[in-house]
Design a binder for this molecule. Structure first.
Ligand SMILES: Cc1ncc(COP(=O)(O)O)c(C=O)c1O
Length: 477
C-alpha cells in the first residue's frame, strides 16, 4: 500500500472508528497497525510490516489465517447461499454443524441454539435457564443467577450482570440484575486476592448456594480458566465439585467455554478434563476457527422438552437474531472442527503447553533481571499470563499511569508480535495449531520486551519521574 493511502486510512481510523476496550485518547497517538492481509500465523499491516499473531486475533483463531480448507468451505458455501434464516425454516450447514457439536460435547447435550457472538450465546443460556424453571414439571420461580468473582461472560446487559470484573462491570450496576458472587478458586493475582485452599472455597460455595437454594436458576462458570480475569487457573477438582453441588440442589450449570473451548486446554472442550457434563454449554470464538462470528448454546434434552407443547400454549423460546445459524459461519465451523481432527490440532496444543512450561522453568532457574518485576506466571494449555509488578517482595504494583502491561504490548509490536495485555497482566494466547517453533519466537520476543520495559520503568522510577501511587483497578489496558 502506498504511503498516501496508509495516511488516509490512519486519519479516517482516528476520525471515525471507536475501538472496543481501547483508551481512544492514547490510541490515536500510537500508530497502531492497520491490518490489511495475513498468511499462516502472521498478520501484515498497511506498511508491509509482519506480525506474529500471539493472541489468536482475540482468542478465536485456531489454524492460522487463510487456511485453504476453511477458505474452500466458505467459497463453496457462498456459491450456494450466504444467508437464510433459521426462524421457522432450516439450512443444511447449520444442521450438519449441530450434529457435529452434539457429537463433540459432553453426554446429554442434544440441542443446539445458535446466536452470533459469545455474549449473545450467554444471554440465550441465561434466558433458557430462567424459562426452563418456569416450565418444568414442578414449576419454580427461581430468579437468581450465580457467577464467580472476577468472571467475564461478555458485554451485553445480561452477561454483564453475571460479570465480576469491577473495572468493566461496576459502572453498569444500575442497569444490571443482581447476581450471587461465588468465590473464585483461582490463586491470587496482582489484583490482590487472598489465596484460600480448595476445601475452604468449596465449603464457602456450598454455604452460599444453600442460602439461596430455592432462588438459584443457574450457576455460570468458565471451566478451568477465567481468561479475561488474566488467565486465572482453577485447581483440579473444582469444576466437578461445582457440578455435583449444583445438581444436588436442582440448580442448572452453565459452562461458558467461549475462551477455553476448541483446543485451548489441550482437549476439544475444557469440561472433558473433569468429565463434567453441564446443563447448558456456550461455545463461540474458536467455533469457526476464528473466521466468522457464531455462537452455539447447547442444552440437554430435558431442558429442551420443557419448551415443547402446543404452539398456542406459549412455551416457545421467543428469542433469536437475524443472522442466527448463518450458513457461511456454520460451513466454516464444520471445516474448522474437521481440520482440528485431521491435523491433530489437540496434540499440537499439548506441545505448546509443554513449550510454555519449559520456558517458564527456564526463566525460574536462569532468573533474568526482569523476573524481579513478575509477581506470578500462570498457564494452562495454550494460555499464559505474566503479572508485572514494580516490586515482587513485598508486592508493589506499578503506578497505573505507567501502563506497564501496555508498554509491553507496544514493545512486542515493535518486534513484530501482536499480543494484548489485561492491565499489568501480559497475556499470550497462541492459536492451538501454531507450530512450536513460532511459539518459541513469540516467547523470545516477549522476553526481550519484558527486559526492555522493566528496565526502562526502573530508570524512570529511580530518576523520580513517577510517583508511587496505589495500583489502580482502572488500569486495564
Ligand atoms: C469466557 C467468555 N465469555 C464470553 C465472552 C464474550 O464473547 P464475545 O466477545 O464474542 O461476545 C468472552 C470474550 O472474551 C469470554 O472470554
Amino acid at each position: 500500500m502506498d504511503s498516501d493511502h496508509h495516511s488516509q486510512l490512519r486519519a479516517a481510523d482516528n476520525a471515525h472508528v471507536w475501538h472496543p476496550f481501547t483508551a481512544m485518547s492514547a490510541y490515536t497517538s500510537e500508530e497502531a497497525p492497520i491490518i490489511t492481509h495475513a498468511e499462516g500465523f502472521s498478520l501484515f499491516d498497511s506498511q508491509g510490516k509482519k506480525y506474529l499473531d500471539g493472541h489468536s486475533s482475540l482468542w478465536c483463531n485456531i489454524h492460522g489465517h487463510r487456511v485453504p480448507e476453511l477458505d474452500a468451505a466458505l467459497t463453496s458455501q457462498i456459491e450456494r447461499v450466504a444467508h437464510s434464516t433459521l426462524l421457522g425454516i432450516a439450512n443444511s450447514s447449520s444442521i450438519e454443524l449441530a450434529e457435529e457439536l452434539v457429537a463433540l460435547s459432553p453426554p446429554g447435550l442434544t440441542r443446539v441454539f445458535y446466536t452470533d457472538c459469545g455474549a449473545a450465546g450467554v444471554e440465550a443460556a441465561l434466558k433458557i435457564a430462567w424459562q426452563y424453571h418456569r416450565q418444568k414439571a414442578h414449576s419454580e420461580d427461581r430468579r437468581l443467577f450465580a457467577c464467580l468473582e472476577q468472571s467475564y461472560h461478555g458485554d451485553t446487559v445480561g452477561a454483564v450482570s453475571v460479570g465480576g470484573i469491577d473495572v468493566f462491570h461496576s459502572l453498569f450496576g444500575g442497569m444490571t440484575f443482581p447476581a450471587l458472587k461465588l468465590p473464585t478458586p483461582a490463586r491470587a493475582s496482582t489484583r490482590g486476592r487472598e489465596f484460600l485452599p480448595l476445601e475452604t472455597i468449596l465449603a464457602k460455595t456450598e454455604q452460599l448456594l444453600d442460602q439461596q437454594r430455592d432462588q438459584l436458576a443457574a450457576v455460570i462458570v468458565e471451566p478451568l480458566v477465567q481468561a479475561a480475569a488474566g488467565v486465572l487457573v482453577h485447581p483440579p477438582g473444582y469444576l466437578q465439585a461445582l457440578r455435583t453441588m449444583t445438581a444436588e440442589r436442582g440448580i442448572l450449570l452453565i459452562a461458558d467455554e467461549i475462551a477455553v473451548g476448541f483446543g485451548r486446554t489441550g482437549k476439544m472442550l475444557a469440561c472433558e478434563h473433569e468429565k463434567v457434563a453441564p446443563d447448558l454449554l456456550v461455545l463461540s470464538k474458536g467455533l469457526t476457527g476464528g473466521y466468522l462470528p457464531l455462537a452455539a448454546t447447547l442444552a440437554t434434552e430435558e431442558i429442551f422438552q420443557c419448551f415443547s407443547g402446543e404452539p398456542w400454549q406459549g412455551r416457545t423460546f421467543y428469542h433469536g437474531h437475524t443472522y442466527t445459524g448463518n450458513p457461511l459461519a456454520c460451513a466454516v465451523a464444520l471445516a474448522s472442527i474437521r481440520r482440528m481432527r485431521t491435523k491433530n490440532v489437540l496434540s499440537n496444543a499439548c506441545e505448546i503447553e509443554s513449550c510454555l512450561r519449559q520456558r517458564i522453568q527456564r526463566w525460574q532457574s536462569s532468573k533474568p533481571a526482569w523476573l524481579q518485576h513478575v509477581h506470578q506466571i500462570r498457564h494452562l494449555g495454550t494460555m499464559m499470563a505474566i503479572d508485572l509488578v514494580h516490586r515482587s517482595e513485598p508486592v508493589t504494583p506499578y503506578p497505573a499511569e505507567l501502563r506497564a502491561g501496555h508498554q509491553v504490548t507496544l514493545a512486542c509490536r515493535k518486534r513484530g508480535i501482536i499480543q494484548r495485555n489485561i492491565g499489568d497482566s501480559v497475556i499470550l494466547y497462541p492459536a492451538p495449531a501454531m507450530p512450536v517453533d513460532l511459539v518459541e519466537e513469540l516467547l523470545d520476543g516477549l522476553e526481550e520486551s519484558l527486559a526492555e520495559v522493566t528496565s526502562r520503568l526502573q530508570t524512570l522510577k529511580s530518576a523520580g519521574r513517577t510517583q508511587s501511587s496505589e495500583h489502580s483497578v482502572k488500569n486495564m489496558e
